[in-house]
Write a protein that binds this ligand. Structure first.
Ligand SMILES: C[S@@+](CC[C@H](N)C(=O)[O-])C[C@H]1O[C@@H](n2cnc3c(N)ncnc32)[C@H](O)[C@@H]1O
Length: 346
């Protein structure tokens, strides 16, 4: 059962009942009982099983404020840790979900989180408990094993322990990120809560694929809704080791142009600025997108340098979405000075 709840000036749906999932754990839609899970700013427990650099977890509520009321299928072509999908699923915003990422081991991890959560949680616990004698050497061993077998629980452990939870591959496609000696990785009980919570929210209604975003968005239909968070332009390019492949600006603009021509609703998160310094190129006015800036706080680098410039992340709303929002009751006005609206195309 669903109801509308007023939160932070935005009406969001929230589920009601507690259910027992296939593997026996008790989770409630919209009120997940995972003891170790933190509440978000709207008081919702949102699971986050995958630590991931660039996760939109902290901006999710601001981004969801621009989602249409009814979504048949929410597609994330650049899913990463799926922060937006999870935040939407907790609120019952879509009937179905589609997680896609070019990084195939990441998508295998998602499949296992969703379909075999208990098994994955046990595997993570085993690997985590075995790490204590020589953690650095142990990390290298797991990384070697992952590079040979691509097993999802190895990848989860590496993401939990590596520097900045940042995915990095060498030219041979081997994961080569170093361990962060201060990161032990989430406690098995915490990880278990997050894995089971995500599985409960997504099992039975989520498709997982690993392909280039261009082929995926070509198949999108007008009833779908796409949230796109491509890699930062600064880290794009074929030679960048952080991702398997970059997203070229012109190709990206062309894909958006095609979505516009087919009347498909989408939101793009695309770089932004710190103070006056703009990161990357802005999307062109010809796409007729509404450009919004989300205050993302002070960057750690700015803080280290003793500067106070705030970072704003850019959000672009498609023309088809704008039309859809005009017929929705949901409030998409800035709240608490968090959002700054700019003219389209700026
Ligand atoms: C900024 S991250 C997305 C973060 C995500 N929004 C989250 O909350 O965790 C960008 C993702 O795009 C993926 N990616 C890079 N190039 C891609 C492509 N051409 N097609 C599909 N995914 C791609 C990367 O593997 C990475 O996971």
């Amino acid at each position: 059962m669903k109801q509308l709840r007023k939160a932070g000036g935005t009406k969001v749906r929230t589920g009601q009942s507690l259910r027992t999932n296939a593997e026996g754990a008790i989770w409630g839609t919209g009120d997940i009982s995972g003891a170790t899970m933190l509440l978000d700013a709207e008081g919702m427990k949102v699971p986050h099983p995958i630590p991931y650099q660039g996760s939109k977890r902290n901006l999710a509520i601001q981004i969801l404020a621009y989602f249409p009321d009814h979504i048949d299928n929410l597609i994330e072509p650049f899913a990463g840790s799926g922060a937006i999908t999870l935040a939407a699923a907790v609120r019952g915003l879509a009937e179905g979900y589609h997680l896609n990422d070019l990084n195939a081991p990441l998508i295998e991890l998602w499949r296992m989180i969703i379909e075999e959560p208990q098994k994955l949680a046990k595997q993570y616990e085993r690997i985590w408990r075995d790490q204590h004698d020589d953690r650095r050497e142990y990390y290298s061993r797991i990384r070697n094993e992952f590079n040979q077998t691509r097993r999802p629980h190895h990848f989860l452990y590496l993401l939990a322990r590596c520097v900045k939870a940042s995915v990095r591959y060498n030219s041979k496609g081997e994961f080569n990120q170093s361990p962060d000696k201060r990161r032990m990785g989430a406690l098995p009980t915490t990880m278990c809560d997050h894995i089971l919570g995500a599985s409960h929210l997504l099992n039975g209604k989520t498709k997982c694929t690993s392909e280039d975003y261009k082929s995926l968005v070509k198949r999108a239909q007008p009833e779908d809704f796409i949230y796109m968070d491509p890699p930062y332009q600064g880290v794009c390019g074929d030679r960048d080791p952080r991702y398997l492949k970059g997203v070229l600006f012109d190709e990206f603009v062309e894909a958006l142009c095609d979505l516009n021509a087919r009347d498909i609703s989408y939101i793009v998160s695309y770089d932004g600025r710190t103070g006056d310094k703009v990161h990357g190129r802005t999307l062109p006015p010809s796409l007729q997108l509404r450009h919004i800036e989300l205050a993302a706080g002070r960057s750690s680098q700015e803080t280290l340098l003793g500067r106070s410039a705030v970072t704003y992340e850019s959000l672009y709303l498609s023309p088809a979405l704008e039309k859809r929002l005009q017929t929705c009751r949901r409030n998409t006005k800035p709240t608490d000075g968090q959002l700054v609206l700019l003219e389209a195309g700026n």
